[in-house]
Design a protein around this ligand. Sequence first.
Ligand SMILES: NC(=O)c1ccc[n+]([C@@H]2O[C@H](COP(=O)([O-])OP(=O)(O)OC[C@H]3O[C@@H](n4cnc5c(N)ncnc54)[C@H](OP(=O)(O)O)[C@@H]3O)[C@@H](O)[C@H]2O)c1
Length: 253
Amino acid sequence: MDLGLRGKRAIVTGATKGIGRGVVELLVAEGAHVGFCARTADEVAEAVESIKRPDVNVFGEAVNVRDGEAYKAWLDRAVTALGGCDIFIPGVSGGAAMDSEKNWVRNFEIDMLHTVRGCEALMPHLEKSGTGSIVIIGSTNAVETFAAPMAYNAIKAGLITYAKQLSQYVGKKLVRVNAVSPGPIYFEGGAWEMIKGTQPKFYDWAIKQVPSGKLGTVEEIARVIVFIASPAASLITGANVVADNGFTKRVQL
Ligand SMILES: NC(=O)c1ccc[n+]([C@@H]2O[C@H](COP(=O)([O-])OP(=O)(O)OC[C@H]3O[C@@H](n4cnc5c(N)ncnc54)[C@H](OP(=O)(O)O)[C@@H]3O)[C@@H](O)[C@H]2O)c1
């Protein structure tokens, strides 16, 4: 199947590691031009060096997406470097931590505001595309009770609702908006490796929730995100695609 990504221009936030890195590598393998960021400049430079190919344009630059002005300026530079934008995947999260007002502010400013600011800033470019597509990263933490009443879980739910309503608003401009909600994704240096080391009982519980006994990998979730972002998924908009290898137990009617 041809995903129709050759020559498309994609902007991804948070992509030197983990899921974002997997998404950017797959987009480039499919012939898309990519712009991405993270906060750590030498890791961005390493990622650009390792991902770049002669036939695609790879733009990477360090920015903290929590800094609204710096982030908007970075989005402008990414659009200029790529010559436009067909796909936006805001991947950065403030992460999950036990509840406190500090975490609510952090998850609001990072998860929610950087997504909304990015969608608003890039919308004129996505509208010009003809195949504009936004994939917002949710979480299974938003769709079922998980661990504790964390800001992360509630704000991910807000993002999924935002994705649905934005999809209705911009559909006439041929921009699709979806959420992809991963279940636990295991990778070296990621949250689940940390949980395995620090909370082994909780980690074992999580493994038992997956019928196959295997947590997801970066490559597996990147394939879902890149497919939903691609023109091949032209019928899918306003969806929340739960990709969790059976981790959640609800019936998705
Ligand atoms: N991993 C899972 O099991 C899982 C499950 C469900 C949903 N998700 C969601 O999937 C997305 C990616 O998760 P992940 O686990 O792959 O994340 P990760 O390993 O923590 O990777 C985060 C990436 O974002 C960058 N980053 C972090 N804060 C940033 C900021 N303020 N500004 C710019 N860049 C920033 C990091 O680099 P620097 O540190 O250098 O900035 C890194 O490149 C998140 O939205 C997460 O909530 C993950």
